[in-house]
Ligand binder design. Sequence first.
Ligand code: SIN
Length: 294
Amino acid sequence: MQQNQMLGNRGPRYRHVQGEEAPYETITVDKLTPIIGAEIGGVDLARLTNRQFDEIHRALAENSVIFFRDQTLGQDEHLDFGRRFGPLHLHPAAPHEPGKPELMIIHADRDSPRANGEGWHTDVSCDVEPPMGSILYIKTCPPKGGDTLFASMYAAYEALSDRMKAYLDGLTAHHSGEHVYRGTYANHGVKDKDSYPRADHPIVRTHPVTGRKGLYVNRGFTTRINGLPRDESDAILRYLYEHMESPLWQCRFRWRANSIAFWDNRCVQHRAMWDYWPHVRSGNRVTVAGDKPV
Ligand code: SIN
């Protein structure tokens, strides 16, 4: 469906060939860009039919991140929606709602020392089996700002030169949660654990549903490329991070109260904008467990 090469100086840096997609029958799908992101309509996530569920699953695979507006889910309905996609993931550090360890709190206000997800990252890529997807439900929005940016790691991979693809082939990178999580949630009263997850993953992973390849290193968790001298690893990672963050394969979601974003961590990185201080932005995230990247 997609292809790229830098063909001299003509044409865009990345060439996305838009394929014909079969129509949807039980939901509407309005793409934000040809490459990533779609707003889904005609659906109440608290009353989902099996057919709608199948089409939402398909829309996620085709668009990598999908958005819903005007949803009224209780905490248990939010959890139930996530469970339809698989077992839920337990965050190694973040605060959760009382008695609901799978319901992560996302909250920033005037007194917050930081907001969640301010740098580009893939959720909890330090886990040996990192999350498949994250379902963020924002209930309180600032008057302006607080957008989330999403970037397609398929497009980022496909836009690399053939030589860079060959260089990365077979390389793995180390991901660590230590520097990310230690002390981070002290303001929420969370005590540090003795240790946080660490894992090695391929730099290029193949998506288990779509079969497409995507880059799988990120500024948040990746600490080095295994088997390379430190200076070479740093230089390659720096290049990949700058490349991944190109606006060419991004979309930007403007939240309204009661919107939901569902992103596929296997092929998407995201970054939350904390440009709304001192206002409040608040909601919950349910995270679906995933597989070991291959
Ligand atoms: C996150 O990384 O889960 C937070 C994203 C956001 O708040 O938009």
